[in-house]
Design a protein. Structure first.
Length: 242
């Protein structure tokens, strides 16, 4: 299973985005959901990450804009937890405070530095492919001191579509300088990361951190995916034959 390169998803793979969302949504709740007790703030994160309406997925397919999907999700969140309806002007204020708190909460998972350094020391090419914009993810990687080692190669705005479209995986491999069949893709979502990578000809690796799943999955669904499963990036070097 030795490969020539590794492509990483960013959110909840390299960066603890779930924790950052918790910080941002707690901040929003104190202002917009004053009757919601703090012990229910984790429910906000669960609903936001699950995105059962598929609005972010529609954005990655190029069907809606970034602001449109986020405003829809914010209003759905408010509807479920008792917040006000946000028109365009009110949402602009909501989003500004949300994004600032979100950025303040960006941190890398604790094992990332050691693992990335090990990959680079072994001579592997390393880069990132994300379903967010190149500018946002470049800023995020820079914020957590990874950009110099994990360059942002392809985002949803590179080709106008995102994962699971196989074209974005192939383009990321091209920019990384490795053949798809000699490249591992590592991400926290079973379907749009590991399974989609395998369908595009890469080695799909799913980081199934305890408590990190956006949606429930059965053992049969996981087995049928036929991808490599690890619980932490600590296990990645061994999984690719280092």
């Amino acid at each position: 299973m030795r490969v020539d390169g590794v492509l990483f998803d960013i959110d909840d793979t390299l960066v603890d985005t779930r924790g950052a969302f918790g910080h941002a949504l707690s901040n929003a709740a104190r202002r917009y959901l004053p009757d919601l007790p703090p012990e229910r703030y984790p429910d906000l994160v669960t609903v936001w990450r699950a995105d059962v309406g598929g609005h972010y997925a529609a954005y990655t397919r190029g069907e809606v804009g970034f602001v449109e999907q986020r405003m829809t999700r914010a209003n759905e969140l408010h509807a479920q937890f008792g917040g006000p309806v946000l028109d365009a002007a009110a949402f602009a204020v909501w989003d500004e405070t949300f994004q600032q708190a979100f950025a303040d909460g960006w941190t890398a998972h604790p094992e990332v530095d050691v693992v990335v350094d090990k990959l680079l020391a072994a001579g592997l090419a390393v880069g990132a492919l994300s379903n967010a914009s190149v500018a946002l993810q470049t800023t995020k990687l820079e914020h957590v001191a990874l950009l110099d080692r994990v360059p942002m190669l392809v985002g949803v705005d590179t080709l106008g579509v995102g994962k699971p479209d196989p074209r974005v995986f192939v383009e990321a491999c091209r920019r990384l300088g490795t053949a798809p069949e000699r490249t591992a893709y590592v991400g926290d979502e079973l379907d749009v990361d590991a399974v989609a990578a395998r369908a595009a000809g890469l080695l799909g690796i799913w980081v199934d951190r305890p408590g990190g799943r956006r949606l429930p999955l059965t053992d049969a669904e996981i087995a049928a995916a036929d991808v490599v499963v690890i619980e932490s990036l600590d296990a990645l070097p061994a999984a690719i034959g280092l």
